[in-house]
Design a protein around this ligand. Structure first.
Ligand code: GLA
Length: 732
């Protein structure tokens, strides 16, 4: 495995355990062309796939039709302005106002291990488990160089790539980057379907499939964050792709700001998929000698349908993106105060809630919004990160100490990036909010965003985070972000750099979170953004878990968690049991269904345990016992989606199998009951066909092959919103 350069054919071959990616240098102009991405190949000679000899675009013989060539050739990193009229990756404006780039191969290097991307989250790997290739392309007219960096991993079928753009200074004192995407995949259309994820607040990551049409289509965010509305991801699927069959080419961006994920089917039946930072409101000034690092894109090819793609992404993120001591550890069962108390609490009430939770087996109390400044409601006080001693006499220290004394850990909510107009901070520094001079910036949840691109603002925020974190024994932080970016203007940036603001903002958040990880390595960090608006691979580099959605209803969560788990490991997915009727939809579901659904994620409670019925309370110790029993399996095992309520509108089913295939946990939710039905036969996955499995709690033993090909009958349950978990254990 690894990366090879075939000198004779000027071809690069990137191999993962089961896939190959080939590209090469075209002879006449030195363009870097894409040849192939798919199942692993033996040889390296695939340059014929670029079809550079087909008329009318044979560059060597027919310079007259260079544009025809540029507009059809499969490029590795296409540029704008010289004749490739499809969507492309790079646009550069000169001081003279021109806008054309043409890149040719200059040099390359191959090395073991992967260099970190400066200031950005990225996958990582050492000399033993990955190989990296840097191909440098150049435009000599602009004095511009582009380093395309690719990494392959020894243990997972993923390739990552990124682009670094450099103004060498040979020609222009300043260049203006107006579009820098991270990755492109040129291929022929195979009647592809396009899969993307969309949503809204409390309805995140809905899976959408549509036939690819001629023209450009895709998803994007211009909201300054990943957003509830879209995910920086796209996949092209061959027709009829299911969880187990079909070919999938997927791209996912390790980034938490504006993005564009676009596929274009062209006039020749070719397809170009591109992914990167959105060009909207983006203009990055590159002075001589400066460079711009675009975020990393993850590429996955699967010939085992969507399930194959999912498990590759899970393995990549668990093995090469998540960091810190908590990523491989069981997380404490938490009790979050938000839905149980909202803003209405004092120390005594919180301690009473915690005591009641501790008695049932909960291990950590998380104090959510409302503990600082004059934060009576969500209209004020963001930025005033000083404990409200009227509510919490003795401060966080007393609360933490009392919780610790009852055997509970203490965790805290913060929203460090925000400022309320009604806050001491805003009264002192109204210029610290992101705003355009002369225009009244729009409010959202009655708050503005701090301009973290200004050093003094970032240092203030960091100072408060650090002071709070060291003021008490805080072992967990929920880092929230409850509005999107608008009125983009920074009083700290010159006019020629205003177009850098939204990117610089995200980089400043990364800087803060990197500081957090270094300064407080043992504190468990959970990112959050009005629920799941910043659920992206970028934030996962800093926090091993992310709050999935503000909708905690077990039935609504089925689709939200299905869409989330399509890309992300279950260990990252913030999921809590909450009270009924549910606060988002008013639905009442059985307690065990709420528990089974939350068990698919990080697991915890978000309610006032004192207000539960006795019957509900009695079930909690058993739920927590299930969590302790299955957490290692759920955190490290292989995930299989067996049925989708989102698709069938009736029932949902997923399975997790341990890596040694000895244990499988099947979770089944019957959303709507129906009379006079047979059991549902579900074909299990991931089991050892040669082994036998006992269904726990019975003396029934099944062949692994029978369960895989004949299936397991799931009996109808009595009532709506019912669920059941089945455990299969390999017989020795
Ligand atoms: C966001 C979060 C919630 C809660 C509130 C507090 O909406 O997603 O979980 O923390 O903020 O204001």
């Amino acid at each position: 495995m690894g990366i090879f350069y075939d000198e004779k054919n000027r071809t690069f071959k990137l191999d993962t355990p089961n896939t190959s990616y080939l590209m090469g240098v075209q002879d006449d102009f030195g363009y870097l062309l894409h040849y192939y991405y798919g199942p692993r190949l033996r040889g390296t000679d695939a340059s014929y796939l670029a079809r550079t000899d087909e008329p009318p675009y044979t560059p060597a013989r027919n310079g007259r039709d260079k544009l025809s060539f540029l507009d059809a050739a499969p490029f590795e990193y296409p540029t704008g302005g010289t004749g490739d009229f499809r969507t492309h990756c790079l646009e550069v404006r000169t001081a003279a106002g021109h806008n054309a780039v043409e890149l040719a191969y200059r040099r390359h290097s191959i090395q073991k291990g992967k260099r970190p991307l400066p200031g950005l989250p990225a996958t990582f790997g050492g000399e033993l488990d990955c190989t990296a290739l840097t191909v440098t392309l150049a435009d000599d007219v602009l004095g511009l160089e582009v380093d395309l960096e690719y990494t392959v991993f020894e243990d997972v079928d993923a390739i990552t790539r990124s682009a670094l753009i450099r103004n060498t200074g040979a020609k222009e004192p300043a260049l203006y980057l107006t579009k820098v995407l991270s990755a492109c995949l040129d291929m022929d259309d195979r009647d592809f379907e396009l899969l993307t994820l969309h949503g809204s607040w409390a309805r995140e990551r809905v899976i959408q499939r549509r036939p690819l049409a001629v023209g450009r289509q895709g998803v994007f965010s211009e909201r300054g964050e990943t957003s509830h509305q879209a995910q920086p991801f796209l996949a092209l699927l061959t027709p009829g792709t299911t969880q187990t069959q079909g070919q999938v080419w997927a791209m996912h961006l390790v980034w938490s700001g504006n993005f564009e994920a676009q596929a274009e089917a062209d006039q020749f039946g070719q397809v170009r998929a591109v992914l990167g930072v959105s060009p909207w409101n983006f203009c990055w000034k590159l002075a001589a000698g400066e460079s711009f690092q675009a975020p990393e894109a993850v590429l996955v090819y699967s010939h085992q349908g969507l399930g194959g793609m999912t498990r590759t992404l899970h393995d990549l993120y668990r093995g090469h993106l998540l960091r810190g001591p908590w990523k491989d550890k069981k997380r404490p069962v938490l009790l979050n105060s938000w839905e149980g108390a909202y803003f209405d609490f004092d120390t005594e009430k919180l301690l009473a809630m915690a005591k009641s939770g501790a008695a049932l087996g909960m291990e950590m109390f998380v104090l959510d919004d409302g503990w600082f400044g004059d934060r009576r409601d969500d209209n004020r006080a963001l930025g005033d990160w000083y404990v409200n001693e009227k509510k919490l006499p003795g401060g966080l220290k007393r609360l933490a100490d009392e919780l610790n004394a009852m055997g509970m850990k203490f965790g805290l909510w913060m929203e460090p990036e925000m400022i309320s107009p009604d806050s001491d901070l805003y009264r002192a520094h109204p210029d610290w909010a992101i705003q355009i001079s002369g225009r009244t910036a729009g409010l959202c949840r009655n708050q503005y965003i701090l301009d973290l691109t200004r050093r003094e603002v970032l240092e203030y925020v960091w100072g408060r985070v650090e002071a709070i974190l060291t003021s008490a024994n805080i072992e967990y932080v929920k880092w929230d972000m409850n509005r999107q970016l608008s009125d983009l203007g920074s009083l700290g940036l010159t006019s020629d750099r205003q177009g850098e603001l939204s990117c610089r903002y995200v980089m400043a958040v990364y800087e803060l979170q990197e500081r957090f990880c270094k300064r407080f390595p043992n504190v468990l960090l959970e990112n959050c953004s009005g629920g799941g608006a910043r659920y992206d691979p970028g934030m996962l580099y800093y926090s091993p878990q992310i709050w999935c959605s503000d909708d905690t209803d077990a039935i609504e969560r089925l689709a939200i968690q299905e869409g989330t788990a399509l890309l992300y490991p279950l260990s990252t997915m913030g999921a809590h049991v909450s009270a009924c009727p549910n606060h988002a939809v008013g639905r009442t579901t059985p307690m065990d269904t709420r528990g089974h659904v939350a068990l698919a994620g990080t697991f915890g409670y978000e309610l006032d345990p004192r207000k539960l019925t006795e019957e509900e309370r009695e079930q909690i110790p058993d739920q927590i016992a299930l969590y302790h029993r299955f957490n290692a399996l759920l955190r490290t095992g292989d995930y299989y989606r067996l049925a989708s309520y989102r698709e069938n509108h009736t029932w949902d089913c997923w399975q997790v199998v341990s890596r040694d295939r000895r244990t499988a946990l099947v979770t089944y939710v019957q959303v709507l009951a129906s009379a006079n039905r047979h059991s549902r036969r579900v074909l299990l996955q991931g089991l050892d066909p040669a082994a036998n499995y006992r269904l726990e709690g019975t003396d029934r033993v099944f062949g692994g092959d029978t369960l895989l090909h004949g299936g397991l009958p799931l009996e109808p349950l009595w009532g709506d919103f019912r669920s059941k978990q089945l455990v299969l254990l390999m017989e020795d």
